[in-house]
Structures are given as C-alpha cells and as structure tokens.
Design a protein around this ligand. Structure first.
Ligand SMILES: NC(=O)c1ccc[n+]([C@@H]2O[C@H](COP(=O)([O-])OP(=O)(O)OC[C@H]3O[C@@H](n4cnc5c(N)ncnc54)[C@H](O)[C@@H]3O)[C@@H](O)[C@H]2O)c1
Ligand SMILES: [Zn+2]
Length: 382
C-alpha cells in the first residue's frame, strides 16, 4: 500500500463536440485518433445514423466496419467486441447509441488496447465522457464498475439527433444529471475518493453544481422543445449538462448514495425496463431523506422532478411500501462493500435505508397533492 499523500484529480475526454448536425464531422474528428475504426451500434440506432456515419467516414477517407449490439453492457458483450477489434485489426472503436453500447465499447477498447470514441445518440446518461464502464449480468443486474486509465479521446453529440429521439431519454438524462450535484456535495463534505481515483477538486465539484443550475433553469423548456423535436438554446444546455457537465461532475466530483441505491434497485426485477435516470432519481430523493435535508428542499426536488416526468415514488418503479423483502435486498446491494454509499458523511445501514426508501412514497404523494401535480402511475416490469 502506498504511503504517499492522496492527490486531488480531474479527468476528462480529449475532446467534446456538440451541435446540430455534428455527426457529419465524425469522420474528420475520428481520423486523428485512428485509421481503422470499428463502429458498434444496434440496428435501431444504425437505422437512424448509418447513412450519415457512412458519408462522414467516406468524406474523411476512413474505412467503415459496423457491428451490432444487444441490450446490456455485459462481460460477454465486452469480450465479443474486443474479439472483433482483433479480428478486423481496428485501432479505434466507436460506440454509437445509449449508455449501454458506449460502456461496452469503452471496456472493449481498453481490453483490446486501442482508443475509443463515444457518440451518444440520446442525452440519457452521463456515460459518454467517463473513464469507467458499468457492467451488468445478462438479466440486467449491476455487477461491477470497471475503471480505465483514460477517458474517450472524443465525445461527439449531434443535438438534432438527440432532439429527434423520444423525449423519455432526455428526461432520464436530467435524472442522472440532477443526482450529480446531490452526490458531489456529499463527497465534498467527506473529502472521499471520487471515481477519478483521487480526492475531489474545486473544479469537479463546481461542474456538478453548474450542471444542477443549468438543469433547474433549462430542463422544463428543453423537454417541451424535444417533445416537438426542436433544438433550442435550452435544449443545447440540457444536452451539455446531461452529457459533459454531469459526466465530469460525477467522475471527478464523486458518487455517493443516489447511485448506490440505483445499483441496489437493479437487483429488483420489478424495476427492469426503467431507464438508468429514472432509478437514479429514486436514489436522489432517498439520499435527501437520509441526509435529513431541509423539508423545503425535498419538496422542491419532488415537485421539480415530477414536472420533469421523473419517478419519485416506489409505485412508479414497480414497488410498494409492503415489498419489505425486496427493499431489503435492494438496501443490501446498495450498501455492499465498495459501494459509493460509503462516501456519505454518516454510516448508512440496511434498516435505515429500507425505511428511507419506504418513506418516499407517502411524502412524495403528499407533496404532489399539495402542488396540484398528478398522482404516480404504477410501473409494470416487462
Ligand atoms: N459509465 C458511466 O459512467 C455511466 C454513467 C451513467 C450511466 N451508465 C450506464 O448507461 C446505461 C443506460 O444507458 P441508456 O439509459 O442510454 O440506455 P441504453 O443504452 O441501455 O438503451 C438505449 C436505447 O435507446 C435506443 N436509442 C438510442 N438512440 C436512439 C435515438 N436517437 N432514437 C431512438 N432510440 C434510440 C437504443 O437502441 C437502445 O435500445 C446503464 O447501463 C448505466 O449503468 C454508465
Ligand atoms: Zn448515472
């Protein structure tokens, strides 16, 4: 074990590029990174972007090989991509789609010893910018974080593509990004180790805060615009907050209870079919409860996330206050050794976490009723 003093550190992608039509620049911006790309995208995504990516690579004189992708970033999916990298002799791997394909591609690039590029086609998570992947079982339960020595060399987001996608993806990304500040501020108080492998910096913490402020100001108009597939300045800001600010903010600012609770929730089959950001939002509300945050702050968070369209009750993630056994399993997974919940300024134990989770149902219903907001609609896992 090292006896040296801990360091404060910030890590980031080599380049972040965002804008309407940015996909047409993919070939040009990938060329300095590698000359033999392997592109990984599922058939839905390839149906949306295949022509543009093909044209952009042709313009840059880059050869194109595209492989498909399944549903989850599993160990097997990672191995399959790594094997294909070796087979085609690729020197850069490009993940195009949501957080799952991007995570699988990052892990495969690392395994194969080549560089990697993220092309998110939705602003649904802060996966594209980070130097880590979240690995799942074939059933979609959280297995492990894998950390890499560097971030993607390029993250490229086409804002029009993001605005064309169903709005639920942007909503999920807002949920993932709101958690970033709630977690980073907890980590800043404990000075715990972040996902970047050091203590938090002013920079990481401030970016997490900036993400929160940008969302509080722009999320509602951006969601309204994306419903109509429009790109407005608010949409651009929310895409940047969800993808870049939240990415840098969570990685170099640190994760705490909200994401550990998300990981715990993946152990409950009732939550399958929900997006990452939806489950994270339950984690955020629960973290606020565990912290004993000011009541007005919890109220504001419940009201805002209801307006955004995020779940803040158990009902909306397919659970009830009676599911004590399931919630105990969730709490056990969330408090497992190595989980980021241990970055909180106090010890979180299973019984307290189960009660905090059960408590959000009644309080969120009350807040929503007081504010004239709709009652929660039950989620049914498929
Ligand atoms: N590594 C990290 O730092 C990090 C951070 C946050 C989340 N994550 C991970 O990200 C994953 C969740 O990612 P996700 O929520 O993006 O879901 P996803 O990647 O699992 O699924 C996205 C789905 O949307 C479809 N899709 C993509 N672009 C589309 C478009 N433009 N229009 C229509 N459909 C489109 C895809 O075909 C796919 O079915 C989880 O595994 C989570 O752990 C990782
Ligand atoms: Zn997340």
């Amino acid at each position: 074990m090292s006896t040296s003093h801990p360091i404060r550190t910030v890590i980031s992608p080599g380049r972040y590029a965002q804008g309407r039509g940015a996909l047409s620049r993919l070939g040009e911006l990938t060329k300095p990174i590698g000359s033999k790309p392997l592109v990984v995208a599922d058939d839905v995504v390839w149906g949306l972007v295949g022509d543009q990516v093909t044209a952009s690579f042709a313009d840059a004189d880059l050869p194109l090989t595209r492989d498909g992708f399944g549903v989850y970033a599993t160990a097997k999916a990672v191995e399959t991509i790594a094997a294909r990298i070796a087979e085609v002799g690729a020197d850069v791997v490009v993940g195009v789609g949501g957080g799952s394909v991007i995570d699988a591609v990052k892990a495969a690039g690392h395994l194969a010893g080549i560089r990697w590029v993220s092309v998110p086609t939705v602003a649904s998570t802060d996966a594209p910018c980070s130097a880590l992947s979240v690995i799942y079982s074939e059933e979609g339960a959280f297995e492990e974080y894998r950390f890499f020595p560097h971030n993607p060399d390029l993250v490229l987001v086409d804002s029009q593509l993001v605005a064309n996608a169903p709005v639920k993806f942007l909503v999920a990304g807002v949920g993932d990004a709101l958690a970033t500040w709630i977690e980073a501020r907890a980590v800043a108080t404990t000075d715990a180790t972040t996902m970047a492998g050091g203590l938090p910096t002013m920079t990481g913490t401030a970016l997490a805060r900036l993400s929160w402020d940008a969302l509080w100001e722009n999320a509602l108009p951006a969601i309204a615009a994306v419903r109509e597939h429009l790109v407005t300045p608010a949409v651009e800001k929310v895409i940047e907050a969800n993808t870049l600010l939240s990415g840098l903010g969570f990685e170099s600012g640190g994760l705490a209870a909200a994401h550990a609770i998300h990981n715990g929730l993946t152990a409950a089959p009732q939550t399958h079919g929900l997006t990452h950001g939806q489950k994270v939002n339950i984690g955020s509300v629960t973290q606020l409860v565990l912290e004993g945050a000011p009541t007005q702050e919890v109220r504001d968070f419940i009201e805002f996330t209801t307006r955004v369209g995020l779940p803040n009750t158990l009902t909306e993630i397919g659970l009830t206050t009676d599911d004590v056994d399931d919630l105990t399993r969730v709490a056990e997974a969330a408090t497992a050794e190595g989980e980021t919940i241990h970055a909180m300024p106090f010890t979180v134990r299973v019984p307290e976490l189960v009660d905090a989770l059960r408590s959000i149902e009644g309080f969120a219903r009350q807040v929503r009723a007081d504010a004239g907001l709709p009652e929660p609609v039950p989620h049914r896992a498929h």
